[in-house]
Design a protein around this ligand. Structure first.
Ligand SMILES: [Zn+2]
Length: 442
């Protein structure tokens, strides 16, 4: 049987009305979201793949993507920006954020006193801070709020990072990914909320999260710090449950990220085939060797130990934090030495959003080179998130470009002082002489 020819619809994009010089939107003339190329010039540009530092760098951007890197002839552009003594880098990727929350004295009761609308308004503010800090993509666990935040960012309605969402994380009844600490009947969860026990319920929960927007499945392989259940490292999902989870997610082309602190749960998660271990507080040689063999990423989340507001935590939770956070750094140091694949992740929300770059300095203190630290938040995180369109400054990549003062290979801490952010060709931050010339975001 002959298949009828499909009719191709040519979709004509309606050109935006010309902006008059007096229009408040005229500021957007500098954003590069109109016809013609934007040219970015800077003293330096780092090729994170090769480690090569180019001087007198030129990037050409058009229609939201990079169209040329250091071309022989630079096209004429109405928007030719010289950013001066800065280093251009690909926009950073944080593989572990919580844009739906930020820890405070009320965090443990917000689940029953606040609404999704409150979380959504806050998420807009936190997302704005995150992207202005140079993090143009995040992998976020935050329910429907951060699924929709991602949609709002992609549509251009709000300024924030691109989001790879997990929707609700999968966990056992009463475990770290369930809401605990309340009387029976209060905030009980089922597969829709990600609470699932046994392989078949887990499979159902995976399907439900994917149905409603999950691009990654997040799970709690072990207990955790910021919850009211028992020993922080205790294994929660069985190997059988996690294997069912990974296999079901894989049928949809989706990876699993496992929150895991204790060694039994970490090992089971790695054996089950998760793509990343989040936190990975207690790593044995056996675990690290298996992670190297299987290419399982460690997403360390260690900066939070310096910034978590211990006073805001209930005593049970504070005790767990004080027990696990120092151990986490010892494991990370050994993982760096041994060569475990590492992708950048912070757990932002457990500390104030926008400070994500603080994580880089810890990696360097624990023995990683500055170049490798930058790779964790670019090429490695892009690999983990299955987003090959970002993480490098190369022709055809998304025009997610940032700039830091000086040379980050000499001083990694300059990553905390991002001067320029372009997201999909749109300039959303440009600090010159201490003043942000293109302040967008919240
Ligand atoms: Zn987390």
């Amino acid at each position: 049987m002959r298949i009828p020819t499909t009719v191709t619809l040519a979709i004509a994009l309606v050109a935006p009305a010309a902006l008059s010089p007096t229009s408040p939107l005229a500021a957007q003339e500098h954003t590069g979201m109109y016809d013609g190329p934007t040219v970015l010039r800077a003293a330096r540009m780092l090729d994170v793949e090769t480690g090569e530092m180019h001087t007198d760098a030129v990037l050409v951007v058009e229609d939201g993507v990079i169209t040329a890197v250091n071309p022989e002839t630079v096209p004429h552009s109405m928007h030719d920006m010289n950013l001066g003594d800065v280093t251009l880098l690909p926009g950073f990727i944080d593989a572990h954020t919580h844009l739906g929350m930020e820890i405070s004295a009320t965090s443990f009761t917000d689940a029953v006193t606040r609404t999704e609308a409150w979380r959504a308004f806050n998420a807009v503010v936190y997302g704005g801070r995150t992207v202005r800090a140079g993090f143009t993509t995040v992998r976020d666990y935050g329910g429907d709020v951060t699924v929709e935040l991602g949609h709002a960012v992609e549509s251009g309605h709000i300024v924030g990072p691109r989001v790879v969402p997990s929707r609700n994380a999968l966990g056992i009844t009463g475990g770290h990914c369930d809401v605990t600490g309340f009387a029976p009947g209060v905030r009980e969860g089922g597969v829709e909320q990600g609470v699932a026990d046994g392989p078949w319920e887990v499979v159902e929960a995976v399907r439900y999260q994917i149905k409603h927007g999950a691009k990654v499945i997040k799970t709690c392989a072990t207990a955790g710090v910021l919850s009211m259940e028992g020993p922080v490292g205790a294994q929660q999902y069985t190997l059988e449950e996690m294997t069912a989870m990974v296999e079901e997610a894989a049928r949809h082309g989706i990876k699993v990220a496992a929150h895991a602190h204790g060694p039994e749960g970490i090992l089971a998660a790695v054996q089950a085939g998760v793509a990343s271990i989040e936190h990975g507080s207690v790593l044995t040689d056996e675990i690290m060797d298996l992670m190297i063999e299987k290419g399982t990423y460690l997403v360390p989340t260690t900066y939070l130990a310096d910034r978590i507001a211990l006073d805001a935590l209930p005593p049970l939770v504070r005790g767990k934090a004080e027990e696990i956070l120092p151990v986490m750094r010892v494991s990370l140091q050994r993982a760096i030495e041994r060569g475990v694949p590492i992708a950048f992740g912070t757990d932002a929300g457990v500390f104030p959003h926008g400070e994500n770059a603080g994580e880089f300095g810890i990696y360097v203190q624990l023995g990683m080179s500055a170049l490798d630290a930058l790779r964790t938040a670019t090429i490695h995180a892009a690999d983990l998130l299955d987003t090959p369109d970002r993480g490098r400054l190369a022709e055809g990549m998304l025009a997610d470009v940032i700039a830091v003062p000086g040379n980050p290979l000499d001083d990694i801490e300059v990553t905390r002082d991002v001067r320029f952010v372009m997201l999909g060709g749109r300039v959303i931050k440009h600090v010159m002489g201490g003043r942000d010339m293109h302040s967008m975001g919240h």
